[in-house]
Design a protein around this ligand. Structure first.
Ligand code: SF4
Length: 433
């Protein structure tokens, strides 16, 4: 990367923000009134016809990664059977509502947590249950999230036989020193071996890689990128490290046991390194953090339908649910979760109903997802063009070379791609004209 380009990248903003707006972190705790209105909404028809994602959540992990701030529960065999009974009951409760009966799903995604801590038979049973109880489209995809230390050839074969398309694996880094700092259980070499086996069986593999990790030099990051490319993966999700208060990593850095990560400039330049490396290798940036070389990732309905499609998520601690104008997160504690479901109550902990203003801003968040904002569709929905609603933001971002505005659409420039999170926050914080 030449010096001029580096300067141009680093001058766009004075700080690189984290996470996009409109995540579960900002949702309010559920109240009886909003739960009642959510249940009422579930008894209306889904008229938007966009295909959705069905996401049964396996909350268990058999270890805790040092950086992890996601809700998960330490795996205990005794918890599994009652949990799976509750998970199916919750799925059934949704499947019997009018909204879900009139919805179509083209993805079944076993998320978590680490679903791969369960046996292949238990996971296949959840998939079969989903297929029996929901309208699954002909061209559906099944994805399973896992960790390489609890995946083996037997499980992989079973997944391939039952039609699983993709394994989503949290590799984070192949470097063994950094993996140890993150409390990841197996070696980078073992992760590579499992991924090769999965791909040999015909499964797609999409991995998470994290950048700006403690001890991760640019050289280590470049090695991570080239090892990912050598595996010929279908997709790689590159996330910047976010140190969340109270995590093991946060405490270890504060205690001086682990070095702090680099600053935001290092983070931005590591991202640019990933863009250049993957683009050269024929990958396309897609969605919020992915580089892909397969059609399925580019055409994903749930992504392209944002914010009008939907994700039905279920299970303790799941947090990415959005149905209609409602976004929700479930209760994290497994026992409480089981208790609520056994009483026939939707086990929701936090929920937010988007206002018209939120929806206008969420459409602008398509830029964060590297999707264009179609100006005609925007005007049909909201009565004005984006430039009329966000005159100052559109003007500023255009002048900074972060977006391009044509007669038809607004889209990110290459420079804007580096600053997608900041751009999303600009629209989220804007005062609507
Ligand atoms: S496997 Fe995933 S959910 Fe489990 S501790 Fe690690 S990062 Fe968190």
């Amino acid at each position: 990367m030449d010096v001029v380009k580096k300067q141009e990248i680093l001058q766009a903003y004075a700080f690189r923000k984290q996470w996009p707006p409109y995540t579960y972190r900002e949702h309010l705790c559920v109240t009886p009134e909003i739960l009642k209105s959510f249940v009422k909404f579930l008894n209306t028809e889904n008229t938007n016809r966009k295909k959705m994602e069905l996401q049964p959540w396996v909350t268990f992990c058999d270890s805790k990664c040092a950086f992890c701030y996601y809700p998960s529960t330490m795996f205990k065999r005794d918890f599994v059977d009652p949990y799976l009974v509750a998970l199916k009951k919750e799925l059934k409760m949704y499947s019997e509502t009018t909204y879900i009966k009139t919805s179509e799903f083209d993805e079944i995604v076993l998320g978590g947590g680490t679903p791969s801590v369960l046996s292949a038979e238990q996971l296949i049973d959840i998939i079969s249950f989903c297929k029996q109880n929901f309208n699954i489209s002909r061209d559906y995809m099944i994805k399973i999230t896992g960790s390489t230390h609890n995946l083996d050839e037997y499980k992989l074969k079973k997944f391939a036989e039952c039609g699983v398309l993709q394994l989503d694996v949290g590799v984070q880094t192949f470097n063994n020193n950094v993996r140890r700092m993150l409390a990841i259980q197996d070696s980078g070499e073992h992760a590579e071996e499992i991924i090769r086996k999965a791909r040999k069986l015909g499964l797609y593999v999409c991995i998470d890689l994290m950048y700006n990790l403690p001890g991760q030099t640019l050289e280590i990051w470049r090695d991570d990128l080239s090892r990912a490319i050598a595996l010929n993966l279908e997709g790689v999700d590159c996330y910047p490290l976010e140190i969340y208060p109270g995590t093991m990593l946060d405490l270890q850095i504060k205690n001086g046991q682990i070095p702090p990560p680099g600053d935001w400039k290092t983070e931005a330049l590591m991202y640019v390194e990933a863009v250049e490396t993957f683009t050269k290798a024929g990958y396309i940036p897609v969605g919020h953090d992915r580089f892909t070389r397969v059609r399925e990732h580019i055409e994903e309905s749930c992504l392209n339908g944002w914010p009008w499609a939907g994700i039905l998520t279920t299970g303790a601690g799941c947090f990415m649910g959005y149905l209609g104008h409602y976004s929700y997160q479930n209760i994290e504690n497994v026992h409480e979760y089981i208790d609520y479901v056994s009483k026939g109550i939707f086990p929701i902990a936090k929920i937010h109903k988007s206002t018209e203003e939120d929806m206008i801003k969420k459409v602008m968040e398509r830029l964060y997802l590297r999707l264009p904002v179609n100006k005609g569709e925007f005007k049909d929905k909201f009565g004005k063009f984006p430039e009329e609603i966000f005159p100052a933001e559109v003007k500023r971002l255009k002048e900074k070379g972060l977006i391009e505005v044509t007669d038809k659409e607004i889209r990110l420039t290459k420079l804007g791609d580096v600053w997608r999170i900041n751009i999303a926050w600009e629209f989220a914080n804007a005062r609507i004209a």
